[in-house]
Design a protein around this ligand. Structure first.
Ligand code: GDP
Ligand code: MG
Length: 258
């Protein structure tokens, strides 16, 4: 958790607790813990509007286009597979665009998921133009009347200027209905830096926080809510398709203190 957020929570606690009369029978520890929980919950709820993605897609023109980005290894590809699974379960048809043409194995990884999920995949050549892969997938979705296009992209850092320009171009060509930043809960304060960077270059509507099942409390969520006004829509809690769940502020506050 960042120093800034910590300070804010401490201030909150002071306001709430200093000068308060406590009866002899009251348990001090649980009194403090409850105040702390209330404070965390308030921050987590600050910008939280429960995005009902399923309804949003149902009510939108088709195809509904979602692009996923984030640095290498955060879980973009896995999250897209989970998303495809969830969307199919809700009755939507899905097509995946493998617009990560940068890493040789990336296309194969997606192809494996696509065949397991029985979802069509549009691939590009290794080193090819990711924007044209996205474009082809969207055209194909239009002609086949597919509901949702999920676009996977190559991982990138702010140090890589080419990849930054490339992502901007993919976004420009695809004109997505929704942009999703994928962050790894194990990245700690680095995740905040990534969130700031991607906000600057392309912006995004939602964050998905992965690997919350690993040994991490995910304190980054507090910074995201407090500093960037960004809601976390879903969290990844495992490697299988079912392990993508809606973010729940109550659950998260509980978890931070457990
Ligand atoms: N435990 C756990 N592992 C995850 C989760 N999401 C992704 N992973 C793993 O993280 C690794 C990198 O994922 P990948 O989707 O290839 O990341 P990408 O480079 O961003 O596309 C893989 O081994 C995934 O199985 C999650 O929610 N929990
Ligand atoms: Mg990938």
């Amino acid at each position: 958790m960042s120093l800034e957020v910590t300070d804010m929570i401490l201030e909150d606690l002071k306001r709430e607790l200093i000068g308060r009369r406590v009866s002899r029978r009251e348990d001090l520890e649980s009194l403090v813990k409850n105040s702390l929980k209330r404070s965390l919950r308030e921050i987590l709820k600050k910008n939280y509007n429960e995005t009902d993605l399923i309804r949003l897609i149902r009510d939108s023109n088709k195809p509904f286009i979602i692009i996923f980005f984030g640095v290498n290894g955060v879980g973009k590809t896995t999250t897209i597979a989970k998303f495809a699974w969830m969307l199919k379960r809700n009755g939507f048809s899905v097509i995946i665009a493998a617009a990560d043409t940068f890493r040789a194995a990336a296309q194969e990884q997606l192809a494996l998921h696509a065949s397991k999920l029985d979802v069509p995949l549009v691939k590009g050549k290794y080193g090819g133009d990711p924007a044209s892969v996205a474009y082809d997938a969207i055209q194909s979705a239009k002609s086949r009347r597919v509901d949702v296009v999920l676009i996977d992209t190559a991982g990138r850092m702010h140090t890589d200027k080419n990849l930054t320009e490339e992502l901007k171009r993919v976004v420009k060509v695809a004109k997505p209905n929704m942009k999703i930043l994928v962050l790894d809960s194990l990245a700690g304060q680095d995740a905040l830096e990534q969130a700031t960077y991607f906000e600057k270059i392309v912006g995004y509507d939602m964050v998905i926080l992965t690997k919350v099942d690993a040994d991490s409390k995910g304190g980054i969520v507090l910074s995201l809510a407090y500093k960037l006004n960004k809601p976390v829509g879903y969290v990844g809690i495992g490697q299988d398709y079912e392990s993508l769940v809606k973010f729940d502020p109550e659950w998260f506050a509980e978890r931070l203190l457990s």
